[in-house]
Unconditional design. Structure first.
Length: 399
């Protein structure tokens, strides 16, 4: 019956991570998967999360199904973090927010919603973008196109080409934008460029779908969400997928949220109902535990302060690692390649390495980055950054 089914080629990121786990070399370095590791190379448990979880263990009770929209306290906390507690749209009840199974679940629910109610619309994603973006939106039946984004020669942004392309899209086209810490390139729009993009979206009557998986890892919690608030203030039709995987180090709990900014409270109620319909068709309702952890931390003044301080330390460590590898490559690679490590931001950097050089890094030096050259800077630490810099210099020199 199933003889005609081909083998799954695997996800390139997860498959490479599996290869790393099987590598017996003691000097191996995993810079492929998008996970934050501390300076000891360990996945951290944040102090605020530890305290919140300890409290939950002292009050174990029955675990019924959550509503399709998720835990109310979590939904409100997630919405406040993304839009700001005092945002006018929140006060007016114009934002429909529901809990999702991670940021990927938010993308999927949003994609299903858009395909159902904007069936003629197509979606445009950045070139390049996170590989699963195309998978999720094509899986929902949407046609996926790309707009210019990354400049391979400078390691920067092709902003003029990006604006030109978006400015010619058909009305009601969907434009997927990265709020901060662009995955995979680490190249973000500046505040001035966001301000220039907004009227283009308005004029063309486009739908902005913002993926914000790294809030707090760029500049700060507030600055990383500034573009979302700018779009909401401007009245651009707006959908936002957000995640607590990285900034709470809760990868396996799959804590995400999807928000749609509407024109009125009544419209938001209708949109929320249809988002719940999409949830019902996918997984019925979200899980409880991680949502309670996040909600309890964000609603407790002391725990929230602890969380924000630790998140800032994580962000600063990434910046320090960028500086370390930038310094380690001085005089060993050209300045355009070297500058990427400090010009780009967030967890990822596009190194400018070719596929052949990436393969040599893996096979000869046990340093794992994606074939595109994307490096997860959060996998660097004081013990391995010098070795990684030397390995990169060796493959670039052809030694």
């Amino acid at each position: 019956m199933f003889d005609h089914i081909p083998a799954y080629p695997g996800d390139p990121i997860l498959s490479l991570n599996e290869d790393f786990q099987l590598d017996p070399r003691p000097n191996k370095v995993n810079l492929s998967i998008g996970i934050y590791f501390d300076d000891a190379g360990k996945l951290p448990v944040m102090d605020a999360v530890r305290h919140a979880e300890t409290a939950l263990l002292g009050a174990i009770g029955p675990r019924s199904y959550l509503p399709m929209a998720g835990l109310p306290l979590y939904r409100d906390a997630a919405q406040a973090l993304v839009f700001g507690a005092d945002h006018e749209a929140r006060a007016a009840g114009r934002i429909a927010t529901l809990q999702t199974i991670g940021g990927s679940g938010a993308l999927k629910v949003g994609a299903d919603f858009l395909k159902r109610y904007f069936p003629a619309s197509q979606i445009w994603i950045s070139d390049p973008s996170w590989e699963n973006h195309r998978v999720v939106f094509e899986g929902a039946g949407l046609t996926v196109n790309t707009y210019p984004y990354y400049d391979e020669h400078t390691g920067g942004l092709r902003f003029a080409d990006m604006i030109d392309t978006i400015g010619r899209l058909p009305e009601q086209s969907i434009v997927l934008l990265h709020a901060c810490c662009h995955n995979p390139t680490g190249v973000d729009l500046s505040p001035a460029q966001w301000a220039e993009l907004v009227p283009v979206l308005q004029r063309r009557k486009l739908i902005a779908f913002v993926d914000m998986a790294y809030q707090g890892f760029g500049a700060s919690l507030e600055e990383d969400a500034a573009c979302v608030r700018l779009l909401a203030d401007a009245g651009v039709p707006l959908i936002v997928a957000s995640s607590f995987s990285k900034n709470f180090s809760l990868y396996g709990e799959r804590c995400g949220a999807l928000s749609v900014v509407c024109k009125s409270k009544e419209e938001a109620a209708r949109v929320l109902g249809q988002l719940m319909s999409a949830v019902r068709a996918n997984y019925s309702n979200p899980p409880t535990h991680g949502a309670r952890l996040v909600a309890n931390v964000l609603s407790d003044t002391s725990l929230r302060a602890s969380w924000e301080a630790e998140l800032a330390t994580m962000r600063e460590r990434i910046l320090a690692m960028r500086g370390t590898i930038h310094e380690g490559l001085a005089g060993r690679v050209d300045e355009v390649m070297r500058a990427r490590y400090v010009a780009q931001r967030g967890m990822f950097t596009y190194t400018g390495l070719s596929e052949a050089q990436v393969e040599r890094l893996r096979s000869e030096y046990a340093v794992y980055v994606l074939r595109s050259g994307r490096m997860c800077v959060a996998g660097l630490n004081a013990s391995n950054a010098g070795y990684v810099a030397s390995s990169i210099a060796a493959v670039v020199a052809g030694a």
